[in-house]
Ligand binder design. Structure first.
Ligand code: FAD
Length: 445
């Protein structure tokens, strides 16, 4: 049994603490805010249940399902129906379905004929040679400009609030990068992957969109309960101190420990608040570019816009809109809006529009309402809910700073045995990756 300190009570820290405790260790979680969950946070108002941070995750790894099973709350895991497979992309003011097969791929107005007919030749194109090539360059080279503009660019906006010109596939989309790196082509690599035998456990990774019944805060609350409320120190910034080969943690007036291990899971920009002694030797650890994002929950008691039969709609940069995307939350999950009503999650800002976060409240509302009414064809834009959450440090970008950060994280682990480094500054931002990383960190202890 070890005595373990966990820094940060977002989904990564909670998963790490839960699995470390489950394995018989004693844990103490230190969190700067006065609540657990990190950016994962659900609120209720006027009969709507809305998220202020992540709205959904993808069951892309078995660890997601296993976390709910291990918590004994598998009945609360809500996986959206197949309707979530319908995704819409705005082109010339119209929402067009993203193609999902050969016929729709040929008939879609999203891509140029050149790129559609060029697709069968993708396996014969030359392999890239620059590991630090941007996503834009890679996609333009292998698939064509229109696929970059109307599939990849909106995807990058939707997931990272980012920009494919600065995103490096090797770090941001390693699976995609490896298809070309290992197999010479996306198509050849995908076929080879499909033929690989999969462990039985992988069947749990349904790739479906998920949340928790009642919202993602419900997952955080169950984790908090399972870890034990008495094992949290909330509302204080912890500072780690090295002492006789172990670690002490000073938080406010109090000192805790000694701990055998410290698991760091807060964001990359906050590392030296908790680990000040590492700053001089590893200055690269907090090198991170964040996309700023404003998330707007918009609710309607009665819906008069376009049919909401899908996951949501994304805006390619080429369309020059003032929002990044709209998620159809009440289509995906139950009980998010009053009966007959609709809840949308609208994302604004990102690397495209970093200044929107600073707009005066009334200007911001006017801009978002105008865009949503126009795109969703709402004749009378009078929402019954309009709640804005601004995130100055929403999504870390996996750009050229990533290898610098990764090296520094590895260096810290090596230089200070017992410290383990995690959080969404390394290994991806998605909820599934966060849960898997938390569990892996606990396993490493
Ligand atoms: C607006 C938004 C929308 C998103 N949408 C999606 C989505 O739809 N799907 C998806 O998969 N992912 C989404 N993401 C990404 C995903 O939510 C995050 O990557 C993930 O939740 C991060 O979890 P975490 O535990 O690593 O970090 P966090 O949730 O950021 O938790 C870190 C915790 O550390 C605390 N902390 C910071 N500094 C210190 C310190 N010095 N000492 C102690 N504690 C500290 C913070 O207060 C915080 O509670 C979204 C993110 C945002 C912001």
């Amino acid at each position: 049994m070890k005595n373990i300190a966990i820094i940060g009570a977002g989904i990564t820290g909670l998963s790490a603490a839960f699995y470390a405790k489950k394995a018989g260790n004693s844990v103490k979680v230190f969190e700067k805010m006065s609540r657990v969950g990190g950016v994962m946070h659900t609120l209720q108002k006027n009969g709507f249940t809305y998220e202020t941070g992540p709205s959904t995750g993808s069951v892309s790894l078995p660890e997601v399902v296993e976390l709910y099973e291990d918590l004994g709350i598998q009945d609360l895991l809500e996986q959206a129906s197949s309707i979530a497979g319908n995704r819409f992309i705005l082109k010339k003011g119209k929402l067009c379905a993203l193609p999902s097969g050969l016929i729709s791929g040929l008939t879609t107005p999203l891509f140029s004929w050149k790129d559609k007919f060029g697709m069968p030749f993708e396996p014969f194109r030359k392999r890239g040679t620059d590991p630090n090539e941007s996503l834009s360059e890679m996609v333009r080279r292998r698939l064509g400009q229109s696929i970059l503009d109307y599939a990849v660019d909106p995807f990058v906006s939707g997931v990272y609030a980012g920009n494919p010109d600065v995103m490096i596939p090797k770090y941001a989309l390693p699976k995609l990068y490896n298809l070309e790196h290992n197999h010479g082509s996306f198509i050849r690599g995908t076929i080879a992957k499909m033929k690989e035998p999969k462990p039985e456990r992988n069947k749990k990774a349904t790739k479906k969109v998920f949340s928790t019944q009642g919202g993602l805060s419900v997952l955080a609350e169950h984790l908090e309960k399972a870890i034990g409320k008495e094992n949290f120190v909330l509302g204080l910034s912890p500072v780690v101190v090295q002492e006789n080969g172990k670690f002490k943690i000073v938080a406010g007036e109090n000192s805790f420990g000694p701990f055998d291990n410290v698991i760091y899971t807060a964001g990359a920009s906050h590392i030296f608040e908790a680990l000040p002694f590492a700053q001089e030797k590893f200055p690269g650890a907090n090198q991170v570019l964040y996309a700023k994002v404003s998330e707007v929950a918009i609710g309607f008691n009665k819906w008069e816009g376009v049919p909401l039969n899908g996951f949501g709609a994304l805006m390619p940069s080429k369309e020059k809109r003032n929002i990044l995307g709209i998620l159809y939350m009440s289509t995906l999950f139950k009980n998010r809006a009053p009966k007959g009503g609709v809840l949308l999650s609208v994302f604004v800002g990102g690397l495209r529009h970093p200044d929107f976060i600073d707009l005066p409240e009334d200007k911001f509302k006017e801009m978002v309402c105008k865009e949503v009414a126009d795109i969703m064809k709402i004749p009378n834009m009078k929402p019954d809910l309009f709640e804005v959450t601004h995130h100055e440090e929403a999504i870390p970008q996996y750009d050229l700073k990533t290898p610098v950060r990764e090296e520094a994280y590895k260096g810290i682990e090596k230089a200070y045995p017992g410290i383990l480094m995690g959080g969404n500054g390394i290994d991806g931002i998605g909820m599934a990756k966060r849960i898997a990383q938390g569990r892996e960190l606990a396993g490493r202890v």
